[in-house]
Design a protein around this ligand. Sequence first.
Ligand code: 13P
Length: 253
Amino acid sequence: MRKQIAAANWKMNLTIQQGEQLLNDIISKPHELAAHQLAVFAVPFPYLQMAAQKLAGKTNVFVAAQNCSNKKNGAYTGETSVEILQSVGIQYVVLGHSERREYYNESNQFLAEKLDICLANNMKPIFCCGEPFAIREANTQNEFVAKQLDESLFHLTATQLQEVVIAYEPIWAIGTGKTASSAQAQEIHAFIRSHIAATYGVEIAETISILYGGSVKASNAVELFSQTDVDGGLVGGASLIADEFVAIINALS
Ligand code: 13P
């Protein structure tokens, strides 16, 4: 059975005190995770250790970094390596978020390097893809997303690919309140899975978790997550509100 994942992306929000309070509020509320369901919290770098310690011992709950370096170690001021993340108990990292692609010029090729370093060192990537509005308007989103996957992921072995979680996040739906309809989400998730199948085979493609991101909230999570090829969500704004995120966790079907 594929993993279903509710992943919080706090982005550059909250102080550490607010973040700690939010985690306390979330874990104190009733939430249920079956054996194949995970909750992941992608928090700012300085909060990683606090979050990892607070959530240690909670079954199927993990902390993620929001980025990592493409280099192993050395003179790269301001960068954070996979090894550094692992030394504070981190097992997941979000890579290629559209905000990093847009504001920090992260290319598909650069992300391929980050994926390689993660996978060589047992760090699990949550790899983001997704198209801007103009591409959706031109109805070329499948080609756009296929190129992102081809150039960043498709050099991986099947075994490596199976360690990657994919998050499809249409840029026009991020932080806009404009969610893709569940039919739109299902359509492109099915395309992503078929595109993986074309290279790696159906059996491998069926094991890859594909999350939807873009204005996921408690009120639309059940409908989105009930789609065959939607295996959970990567959640920005609504992950900053305890009741909302707990409801999103509980919406994993
Ligand atoms: P919102 O849920 O705020 O639209 O953000 C989505 C996102 O970018 C998660 O990575």
